[in-house]
Structure formats: C-alpha cells, structure tokens
Design a protein around this ligand. Sequence first.
Ligand code: PEP
Ligand code: MG
Length: 325
Amino acid sequence: QTAETKKYLASDGVTKDGVKIEVELNIGSANAQEVHDIQYTDGVGLFRSEFLYMGRDTLPSEEEQYKIYRKVLMQAGNNPVTLRTLDIGGDKKLDCLELPKEDNPFLGNRALRLCLQHRDIFKTQLRAALRAGTIGNLWIMFPMVGSMDDIRNAKAVVREVQQDLDRENIKYGKNVKFGIMIEIPSIAMIADLAVKEVDFASIGTNDLCQYTTAVDRLNQNVAKYYQSYHPAMFRLIRYTVEQFNKAGKPICVCGELGGDKLAMPVLLGFGMRRISMGIASVARAKKIISRLDLRFAKEMADKVCQMETAGEIEAYLKDSLKDVI
Ligand code: PEP
Ligand code: MG
C-alpha cells in the first residue's frame, strides 16, 4: 500500500457525487489490533466467531463469550457490530466438539445446520450475544442459510433464548437485529421472500462463488473454475441487492468481492451502500469510492450483467476503471 492510499484510512467513504458508503470491518479474533482498527470504519460488518471455539478442548462459556462481545460492542459505539454465529464445519474443525467425518464437508453439516443440531452450543452463544446486546448496536447474523425454514428455525431458537432470559430476569438487548448471510444460491434466488423474514443480510461472496460454480474453494486443482467474476455471481448479487433495497432493509457484502478493486464499483452500481472487508483493504476501498461517480458505476454494472464470461468482465473492468483504481 502506498503512503498516498494510506491517507484514506481514516477518511469517510463518500463517492465523487456525494453518496456515503458504509465501509465496515471484517474481524476474526477480537485481538487488540482488530479492536483498535474498528475506529477507521463504520462498524463491524462481519465478526467471525469461530476463533472462540478453535484450538481448545472445551467449549467457550457464556461468560467468556459475553466479555468478548461486550468489548467489541463498546469499541464500536453506535455503529453496528455484526456478530456471525458459529460457522464451523466445512474446512474448519473443532477439538472441543467431535464431529462425524463426512465425504463432502462443504456440502455437509456446517454452520447453522450444525448449530440447529447442537442446540446447547447455539443457545449458549445466543445468550451471551443477547446479554451483550444491552450495549451498543448488535446485529446477529446466521451463516449458511439455504431456505426459509432455516431462517424460521434459527429465529425460533432466538425466541426460546429470549424466553429463558425473561424467565430468569436477566437483561438483554431488545433492539438487536437479526439477519442472514447470503452465500448459498438457493437463498439468493428467493431474496424477495427471505427479506421479509430478516432485518438485514450480508452477501458472503466466498461461499456464494463456491456453491454457484460448484468449486471447492480450497481445492487448487480446480482453482481456475472458481470464477468470482462469473456473470452468474453478478446477477445473483444484483438481484439480492435490488430486493433488499426495495424492502428498505440493509444489505452488505462481506466476502472478498466487497473489498475487490474491480468488483466493488460494480456492487455500488447495483445499489449496494455497505461493504465490509479486512483492514488491509479499507484505505484502498475508500480511495476508490472517493474517485467513483455512481452514474458511471451503474453504467458499468448494467454492462457487466450483459457479458458472457468472467474473462470478458475482468478485462472490461480493468479498462473502465484504470483512472479510478
Ligand atoms: C463468505 O463466505 O464470503 C464469508 C464472508 O464467510 P467465510 O469466508 O468466513 O466463509
Ligand atoms: Mg462463508
């Protein structure tokens, strides 16, 4: 990163034509550095909670989780903290929870599916989160949602936890928002329905690409088939953004494409107004936003959705954005 780019780190993400874009932070350990970096962003768009469960023999207690969620919420102030519930399985394993071996773990019992099965683990996390939600602006997000049933089942567990807390006279956040990751094509394609059941959503382009192109995101042998600029990706994202914007509910991108210098302007062209990324991409993203005119971004976005291949789209974006990136 050049010194010139770094200057943008603490700036506001405003487009050339004056539209504010919420630039949020992805965090995955809540260590001192990550907590410090929150100040450069408009909140935490993705708080991966897996670290709490990894590399240890026992599950994290409610109290332990509560303290960490509280710390992050305090630092973010009024800005949102989007806490993603446990996304384990697939490539991520736990020592503190023995899981049966599966032939296709990425298509198996992972994330929300696993949490719905291991209710005790899920409920402990939700209790800790809801209790921490009395401070700050907490958004709870469920990963790997594929159907309306998934959303309703997750919300039913939340209601159970809220009732438990009520019964025990324990205070919890009453204004917590509930949302989903959109990272399975089946839920993206019914975004018009899903939006009615949630307060917000965030598109996980890493898994969305994996499941749309049918490519294991870790398998180097087929890496060339993992096409993030595949026209199908842009069309799915466009459709999802349109449905959420129509409903007036927040929609964000927290996968790699959100901080990607070529794709991010297209996302804004679709009407996306929130993007979340690792700290390493924040300054550059704000710089690109400040040089981008949204009418131009919209024109590009329309063109991209007419194109036939990822290669064609990439070449077009490189050429069109050469004065911006
Ligand atoms: C994604 O899938 O795009 C995402 C943000 O989640 P993860 O990379 O943790 O699966
Ligand atoms: Mg994911």
